[in-house]
Design a protein. Structure first.
Ligand SMILES: NC(=O)c1ccc[n+]([C@@H]2O[C@H](COP(=O)([O-])OP(=O)(O)OC[C@H]3O[C@@H](n4cnc5c(N)ncnc54)[C@H](O)[C@@H]3O)[C@@H](O)[C@H]2O)c1
Length: 361
């Protein structure tokens, strides 16, 4: 990536919630002066106390960049207001949907030369400034959505913001962005909610059998319904088409289940192929990890001892998950490591007294 221009200072963050205060923390840590604004003044004060900037008004004529991080339905209003209040500033927003706020601003006849929308593909199911995280954007994709009226210096300023937050810059047209997020974010969220919603009328003795698989599939359904209603509502046209396509695929899946092993294996293989196409860490190629499962007693400092032993081995662990045994007071910690490292780590942990198994799946 070519080196971007500097972030124009001072920066104003409007909406000091989870994303806004994380932007504030990342920029403050990178040495920029950040002013925080929020419709709820205590949000700006809490964000300031967590290192996201100062909860004091900025001189409107001096402001170089405004980052709008308010709920999706308010984006067009707050961006239009920011363009008016800060006459020299470049204005961006971090909203999860890009076309509709842009169309709304165009419809109102707002001069959009200083506006360039963006979307950090990093988040949390938590809301508000207490969820601020200066490292939220580290190595995560941040899409910058240039539009025909945007001035080049405005695009450069927003790209500099992405770089200052240490995210990976991706440039994309707003319409293409919304089509992409419908497939990789909005539809997965709705399918997760669909499966999780089906659990509400299961008897407790069936739910007692729930393992990591159902937890994996339903995890994102735990997100805030009021935020997701706005995101889905603002991308409803695209999502509706995706749901129709899903409906056709569900029908073919039903036929595959009824018609016997070959059709079903082909279907499951296609699903596996889809998981392999998801880029790996840092946007690189997908990597198949080898998994080791370590039994850990449900006892004080068991995890601490295990992590010390892993640290002493000096080997890199890519990911961990913990599953609890519903019948015994033990947990199973899965460690994802590179295939060639797995036997060495297994031997070292066994020697240290841990019960270790390679994963069967
Ligand atoms: N949550 C995520 O994972 C995620 C990820 C990427 C992008 N986004 C986008 O970021 C934006 C903010 O999401 P969030 O998760 O930080 O929400 P949040 O609820 O944590 O924060 C929103 C903040 O905006 C404030 N606010 C509301 N109306 C305002 C107004 N008119 N003026 C000033 N402040 C106002 C609220 O008081 C709140 O502090 C949304 O547009 C969302 O689509 C969210």
């Amino acid at each position: 990536m070519a080196r971007a221009a500097a972030v124009p200072q001072p920066v104003v963050v409007v909406g000091a919630g989870m994303v806004g205060s994380s932007v504030g923390c990342a920029l403050t840590e990178a040495g920029f002066r950040v002013h925080l604004e929020d419709a709820v003044p205590t949000h700006a004060q809490v964000a300031a106390s967590l290192g996201a900037g100062v909860a004091e008004p900025a001189d409107p004529d001096a402001v170089g960049l405004v980052v709008v991080a308010v709920p999706p339905r308010l984006l067009a209003d707050v961006v239009a207001d920011a363009l008016q209040r800060f006459p020299r500033a470049v204005v961006t927003d971090v909203g999860s949907v890009k076309s509709r706020p842009l169309a709304e601003l165009e419809r109102r006849g707002v001069d959009l030369g200083r506006y360039v929308g963006s979307h950090p593909m990093a988040g949390s199911h938590r809301a508000g400034p207490v969820a601020a995280d200066p490292f939220l954007f580290l190595d995560r994709t941040w899409v910058v959505c240039e539009h025909p009226s945007a001035r080049p210096e405005a695009v450069a300023a927003v790209e500099a913001l992405v770089q200052a937050c240490r995210a990976r810059l991706v440039r994309m047209d707003p319409v293409e962005h919304d089509a992409a997020v419908a497939r990789v974010s909005h539809l997965p969220h709705l399918v997760s909610s669909l499966v999780a919603g089906g659990l509400t009328d299961l008897p407790p003795e069936h739910l007692a059998l729930a393992g990591q698989g159902v937890r994996d599939v339903t995890r994102i359904a735990g997100g805030d319904p009021r935020l997701w209603e706005q995101i889905v509502g603002m991308n409803a046209d695209v999502i509706s088409v995706e749901l129709q396509s899903l409906q056709r695929r569900l029908e073919r899946l039903r036929e595959a289940v009824e018609s016997g092993p070959e059709a079903l294996v082909a279907w499951l293989e296609q699903g596996r192929e889809g998981t392999r196409r998801i880029p790996g860490k840092h946007g690189g190629a997908h990597t198949e990890w080898s998994r080791l499962v370590v039994e850990i007693p449900d006892a004080p400092n068991a995890l601490g001892r295990l992590f010390t032993d892993i640290g002493d081995a000096g080997l890199n662990v890519e990911d961990i998950t913990i599953e609890h045994d519903p019948t015994r007071r033990v947990g199973y910690l899965s460690l994802d490591v590179e295939a060639e490292v797995q036997p060495t780590l297994a031997a070292l942990l066994s020697d240290a007294g841990w019960s270790v198994e390679p994963a069967t799946d």
